[in-house]
Write a protein of this length. Structure first.
Length: 467
């Protein structure tokens, strides 16, 4: 199936199909849900028959991750966490039938560190206990298995870029779905809070996060002088619409994460690669075009919201806006800081073992009088996993990325590594691991991209140790 993106007609056919799939969200939701489960079977068969040729299991996993939101919008009839389960299964199948030379022992350690918290979870209702465990464990497990699969996996640049285009296809389904269930002309902007109306009635934070991923992926390809679709005009049109819809959700995490990731990716390369600095003159027109594009879309979105979007990104509250007074007394974290403080307090009270999987929500209910799920994965790891969670973050999110960055000499590999790593970690900060996105993309950041030799068209592909 993934070979269809090799031809222009195949790409166009896939784009049209995904636009139809997105429209079906409003009129035939059950069919969309069946497709989501059914396409997993097709992917699994293809991986088995081809013995995971071109590491397609990883990109099928990215596709399933990208389509997760569409499945949830139609009600997630099979399981709310199905996207994470299917992602893990595809990666496991790929590991079993494919050829992986590297043994990522670090991720074995990370998996072991997650185990103790399973035995500490408790609830008199077995079904509630199962949901608590799976809701909180599926995210970290998707990160670990994605790392197992992608770590130092060698993929030729041409194959990597082509398969990323396949992973981008769910963006067209998301665009179509948002258009039919939440048309821009029907959206009302009455406050500066996250706008469920602009998100199709779904959780704005998750919609913004996924849109941010597609924006980042599209801009990474464009900056690397690759097409997303067969047509340049279509590339910029879909990026315009993705960014516009992300801004209109009034949920800042996805947009800020994408911009932060791509800005840091370019900045890190600039300071770490002398060759990249020499090539900045050639890339500058593309960087300037990207900046103008972002500012232009923000201007359009701000006009649609009658200027309210700018207040939102300034951190102004609805009451301040209506009164015409900006005291900036509120927090940009919109309540996450209170939840984080509760997690840290729980860690202080249970520093070694932690509370156990899912027990952080129970702790907040008993201590603060209301039950609320964690919004930040880092403090959740502390409160529910204790010292093991601290070690998980220290090894997996600090030592491993730094070590990998200095081992990886290829410029294009570093380019995608920094961008993928940052958007996954930023998403974990503002949306925890509610989506499969942060875990899967975190692991995907460790892929080793084999650059094309003597390539003149793509400036980022030359190794930093080239003379």
């Amino acid at each position: 199936m993934i070979e269809l993106v090799k031809t222009k007609s195949g790409q166009i056919g896939l784009i049209i199909f995904h636009l139809i799939l997105g429209i079906a969200v409003k009129y035939a939701g059950s069919i969309v849900a069946m497709f989501y489960a059914g396409v997993f079977v097709l992917f699994a068969i293809d991986i088995l028959l081809t013995r995971d040729r071109d590491s397609r299991a990883g990109f099928y996993c990215l596709y399933i991750m990208g389509l997760e939101l569409v499945y949830r919008v139609v009600g997630a009839p099979f399981s709310w966490e199905l996207g994470k389960y299917l992602s893990i299964l595809l990666l496991v199948i790929g590991l079993l039938v494919g050829r992986q030379k590297n043994s990522p022992y670090t991720f074995v350690i990370l998996l072991i560190l997650l185990i103790p918290a399973f035995f500490l979870a408790e609830n008199p209702d077995p079904e509630r206990l199962r949901k608590m465990i799976m809701f909180n464990a599926s995210g970290p497990l998707s990160l670990v298995f994605s790392g197992f699969y992608f770590y130092r996996r060698s993929i030729p640049e041409e194959s990597f870029v082509r398969q990323l285009k396949f992973s981008f296809l769910p963006a067209f389904a998301v665009c179509a779905a948002l258009s039919v269930i939440a048309n821009i002309s029907d959206i009302e902007f009455t406050s500066l809070q996250s706008n469920p109306g602009a998100s199709g009635g779904f959780q704005a934070n998750q919609v913004s996060s996924l849109l941010g991923w597609f924006i980042l992926l599209g801009l990474l390809l464009k900056l690397n002088r690759n097409k997303i679709t067969p047509y340049e005009w279509l590339d910029w049109s879909v990026l315009f619409y993705l960014l516009l819809r992300a801004l209109l959700t009034f949920s800042r995490g996805g947009v800020m994460g994408a911009i932060l990731a791509i800005a840091c990716s370019v900045a890190v390369l600039y300071f770490s690669s002398p060759l990249f600095r020499k090539q900045m003159k050639k890339l500058m027109p593309y960087i300037l075009l990207g900046i103008v594009f972002l500012v232009g879309v923000f201007f359009v979105a701000n006009n649609i919201t009658n200027g309210m979007l700018l207040f939102r990104y300034k951190g102004v509250s609805t009451n301040e806006m209506r009164a015409g007074i900006t005291k900036h007394e509120g927090s940009m974290l919109t309540g996450r800081d209170n939840i984080m403080q509760g997690d840290i307090q729980a860690f202080k009270e249970n520093p070694f073992w932690g509370l156990g999987l899912g027990m952080g929500e129970e702790y907040r209910a008993m201590s603060y009088g209301h039950s609320v799920a964690a919004h930040t994965e880092y403090t959740r790891l502390l409160s529910e996993h204790g010292t093991f969670g601290l070690l998980f973050m220290l090894i997996g999110m600090i030592i491993l990325p730094i070590s990998h960055f200095f081992k990886e000499k290829g410029v294009i590999a570093r380019y995608f590594f920094v961008a993928f790593l940052l958007i996954s970690m930023f998403t974990m900060f503002h949306a925890a691991m509610r989506l499969a996105l942060p875990g899967v993309v975190f692991g995907a950041s460790f892929v080793h991209i084999i650059s094309k030799p003597k390539e003149k068209k793509v400036d980022l592909t030359v190794s930093t140790d080239s003379k």
